[in-house]
Write a protein that binds this ligand. Structure first.
Ligand SMILES: NC(=O)c1ccc[n+]([C@@H]2O[C@H](COP(=O)([O-])OP(=O)(O)OC[C@H]3O[C@@H](n4cnc5c(N)ncnc54)[C@H](OP(=O)(O)O)[C@@H]3O)[C@@H](O)[C@H]2O)c1
Length: 328
């Protein structure tokens, strides 16, 4: 596999990341709290292996959060990186502060706990996880800017922010001489709202990268639930009731899934790789959209990272576009 991938430079900071990062919410499995109950517990060795395969396959960054098991995902990520002799300077870590029912001052108060869980790894991108803090966006961004100035984090992002809130965050940081680097939002072939509500366009205009979470619609876009709906029974209680897994939704997306399967076979890759490739390369997305597929099994990461190593033809891109548009 050619390991030379064109990295994407984040605006205004000296950070370059691969179009695919690894989402490690799954590393919180079994740790308690909502996220810990959402994902099953993962063996230590599996997490170590997943990180190894990601790094060997060219991926240079990881997405974690306070909310993923209240430190469990951060801690398990750090352990897996250390188990593979990865140094802080070799990886980029995106972390997130949890704002719900909290004031902005919690950003300054909790940062050392985040760094403690990361055990020597730096936070390169620190994001506000949700737009629901008690404090204003301005207060939150001022607190984040203080962390940059104090050398606690390298850059600032947001997650699940609307166009208006994203612009407000951007303006506040600009006044402090900083760039808002990212907005992490749900974006996949079955969820393309950001293309029509102005978010994708505005983010591009302001140099803010879109980090697409659930880029495989939690596994639906691998086709495994289309092939065997019984697999849903194995999902956690919270997850199996998601609308995405309903029989109705699966039937509606079957034509798209069939096309992904066919195109994947042509390129000798997996449908998940076609779905990820499309997201990072579709028209205006190239260089602006990054994806963070999660993995709970070794074969997931093995199958997904190949998305960076092949090209879809224009016709294939268009066919996928049309079928996924029809799904809406
Ligand atoms: N900012 C936010 O608000 C937010 C919200 C959600 C997620 N995130 C981040 O985004 C990351 C990814 O999102 P996500 O985990 O919700 O969704 P996802 O990446 O669309 O789906 C990941 C799940 O899909 C299945 N999967 C992945 N690759 C597969 C393959 N090749 N073959 C078969 N199954 C495969 C696995 O499910 P099973 O484990 O069931 O096998 C895996 O856990 C998270 O890890 C987290 O870092 C951020």
């Amino acid at each position: 596999m050619d390991k030379k991938i064109k990295k994407i430079k984040l605006t205004g900071v000296d950070i370059e990341i691969t179009p695919i990062g690894l989402g490690v919410a799954q590393f919180s499995g079994g740790s308690g709290g909502i996220a810990g109950r959402y994902w099953p517990k993962m063996p230590r060795d599996t997490m170590d292996q997943i990180v190894k395969i990601a790094i060997d396959g060219g991926i240079n960054w990881f997405d974690t959060a306070e909310a993923y098991g209240n430190g469990a995902s951060e801690e398990n990520l750090a352990k897996a990186l250390k188990a593979n002799n990865i140094k802080d300077e070799d990886v980029i870590i995106a972390d997130k502060w949890w704002p719900v029912f909290k004031f902005a001052k919690s950003i300054r108060r909790t940062i050392d706990r985040r760094l403690k869980y990361l055990d020597g790894f730096s936070i390169d991108i620190y994001q506000i996880h949700q737009p629901y803090s008690i404090s204003s966006t301005k207060s939150q961004m001022d607190a984040m800017a203080d962390l940059v100035e104090n050398g606690k984090i390298r850059s600032v992002g947001v997650s699940n922010f609307s166009v208006k809130k994203m612009e407000r965050a951007y303006d506040t940081l600009k006044d402090r001489g900083l760039q808002l680097v990212s907005n992490e939002v749900k974006y996949n072939l079955l969820e393309r709202k950001i293309e029509s509500n102005g978010l994708l366009e505005k983010a591009k205009e302001l140099g803010i990268k879109i980090i697409a979470w659930s880029p495989l619609e939690q596994g639906v876009l691998t086709g495994k639930y289309h092939k065997d709906a019984n697999l849903r029974k194995n999902l956690s209680f919270l997850r199996k009731h998601l609308y995405a897994f309903s029989s109705k939704k699966l039937e509606r997306s079957r034509p798209l899934m069939n096309a992904l399967e066919e195109i994947a076979a042509t390129h000798e890759v997996k449908p998940s790789e076609v779905a990820l490739n499309w997201l990072i390369n579709f028209e205006k997305n190239q260089g602006n959209v990054l994806v963070i597929p999660g993995a709970s099994k070794i074969h997931h990461i093995e199958q997904n990272l190949g998305a960076m190593y092949f090209e879809l033809t224009k016709d294939e891109m268009q066919q996928i576009d049309e079928l996924s548009e029809r799904y809406k």
